[in-house]
Design a protein around this ligand. Structure first.
Ligand SMILES: *Cc1c(COP(=O)(O)O)cnc(C)c1O
Length: 365
C-alpha cells in the first residue's frame, strides 16, 4: 500500500508540547504560570483597538503591516523598511529557516534553547546541531567549535527561554565575529523588555552594522497579546527582501496589527509590568533559595527552579503537588532539564502561593 511520505526529517521532529492545561483539585483557583504569559493582560488601548477592528472583518489586511512596522520603528528607532511582521515570531523563525536552510545544511542551537529552533531547522531537512551550555547559559566558544562547512544558521535566544540567562553584548559580538560571513545569526529577543543590565543589547546594533544578522521579537510576552499571534524581525535589506518573497501576503490580521500598534505605544503599561516582574523575580529567587532549592538567576519574566533527585522531592513530585493547589508550572523534560521547573512570574497572589506551596512541599506536608 502506498501513501504520501513526509519529506526527510519531518518524522524525526518531536512535536512541540505547550505548557499544560491545568487540572487542580476541585474548588481551587487556577494560576497558569507555565507559558510566560503576562499576568496583566494587554494594554486596555490594545483591547479597544482590537474591538474597533471588528467593524471591518470583511476586508483583507494591509499586506505589509505598514502601520505596525512604523509603530515599531518609532518605538525602537528603526527603519520600517527593514522590519517584517509575522503571525507570532514563530512564523518569522520558520520563514528564516525556510529561506536559508535546506537538506544537508546544519543549524546550531544551544542545549536548553527554545524548542521552536530545532523544529524549524528539521522542517526544512537540515540538521539540528546542539551546542552545550555553561551554567545554563549559551557558550560562544562551544557554538563556534561546532561550526562546519555545512553550517548556515545559528539560533540564539537572548535572554534564553527556559533558562532566563543572557549573553552580554560583548559575547554576542564575539560570536558574530567568529562565525563565517555566510552564516545567518538569529538573535531572538522575545524577553528583552524585561532586561535591565547595562551589558545587554537587544541585537539592533549588530543587525544595523552587518548584513548577516537578524533580531526577532514578539508581542506575546510583555505586551500580553499571545492569543493574537504577532511577532516581527529587524534585518538587513538583503534578508528582508529574501524573506518577504515567501511570506504569506496577508500573514498578520488587521485586529492583531492594530492591537499591537496600541500596545507598543502604551509604554506606561509596559513599564508597570517590568517593575512588577523585577520586584517579584528578586523576591521569589530569594525565597525559593531559602527553601534549599537552586534557582538560576533570570533576567526574563520567569525563573528556573532546580529540584533534588531524592524520592518524594523531585521536580515531578513538586509539579504534582503544586498542580493540586492550582499552581501550574512548566516541566522541562523535553528541554533537557528533567529536574527543573520553570515558573512564570504571576500576580502577587500567585507568587505568594507558589512560595507557600514550595515551602509545604519541601517540609513534606
Ligand atoms: C515566547 C517566545 C517567543 C514568542 O513566540 P511567538 O510566536 O511570538 O508567540 C519567541 N522566542 C522565545 C524564546 C520565546 O520564549
Amino acid at each position: 500500500m502506498s501513501r504520501p511520505v513526509p519529506n526527510p526529517g519531518i518524522l524525526d521532529i518531536a512535536p512541540y508540547t505547550p505548557g499544560k492545561s491545568p487540572v487542580p483539585e476541585p474548588g481551587r483557583k487556577v494560576f497558569k504560570l507555565s507559558a510566560n504569559e503576562t499576568p496583566f493582560g494587554p494594554s486596555p488601548k490594545a483591547k479597544a483597538a482590537y474591538q474597533d477592528a471588528a467593524a471591518h472583518l470583511e476586508d483583507y489586511p494591509e499586506g505589509t503591516s505598514r502601520v505596525l512596522r512604523e509603530a515599531i520603528g518609532r518605538a525602537y528607532g528603526l527603519d520600517p523598511d527593514r522590519i517584517i511582521c509575522g503571525a507570532g515570531s514563530d512564523e518569522i523563525l520558520n520563514l528564516l529557516a525556510h529561506t536559508y536552510l535546506a537538506r544537508g545544511d546544519e543549524a546550531i542551537s544551544t542545549a536548553h534553547g527554545f524548542l521552536v529552533y530545532p523544529i524549524a531547522t528539521m522542517a526544512n531537512g537540515a540538521t539540528n546541531v546542539v551546542a552545550p551550555e555553561t551554567n545554563f547559559t549559551a557558550d560562544v566558544d562551544a557554538i563556534l567549535k561546532l561550526v562546519s562547512p555545512r553550517t548556515k544558521l545559528v539560533w540564539l535566544a537572548n535572554p534564553n527561554n527556559p533558562t532566563g540567562t543572557y549573553l552580554p553584548f560583548d559575547e554576542v559580538k564575539r560570536l558574530r565575529a567568529g562565525l563565517p560571513a555566510h552564516v545567518l545569526l538569529v538573535i531572538d529577543a522575545a524577553y528583552s523588555d524585561y532586561v535591565s543590565r547595562n551589558d545587554y543589547e537587544i541585537g539592533i546594533e549588530l543587525v544595523a552594522t552587518t548584513d548577516n544578522t537578524v533580531m526577532t521579537h514578539t508581542f506575546s510576552k510583555i505586551h500580553g497579546l499571545a492569543s493574537l499571534r504577532v511577532g516581527w524581525m529587524f534585518g538587513p535589506a538583503n534578508i528582508v527582501d529574501a524573506v518577504n518573497r515567501i511570506r504569506g501576503p496577508f500573514n498578520v490580521s488587521t485586529p492583531a496589527m492594530l492591537a499591537a500598534v496600541a500596545a507598543i505605544e502604551d509604554t506606561a503599561h509596559q513599564q508597570m509590568s517590568k517593575v512588577h516582574t523585577e520586584k517579584w523575580i528578586k523576591w521569589l529567587t530569594d525565597e525559593v533559595t531559602k527553601l534549599g532549592l537552586k534557582v538560576t538567576p533570570s533576567v526574563a519574566n520567569f525563573i528556573l527552579i532546580h529540584f533534588p533527585q531524592a524520592k518524594g522531592k523531585t521536580s515531578a513530585d513538586a509539579d504534582a503537588f503544586l498542580t493540586k493547589r492550582g499552581l501550574v508550572l512548566r516541566a522541562l523534560n523535553n528541554y533537557g532539564l528533567p529536574h527543573s521547573l520553570r515558573m512564570t512570574i504571576g500576580t502577587e497572589e500567585a507568587n505568594l502561593l507558589v512560595r507557600d506551596g514550595l515551602r509545604d512541599f519541601m517540609a513534606g506536608q
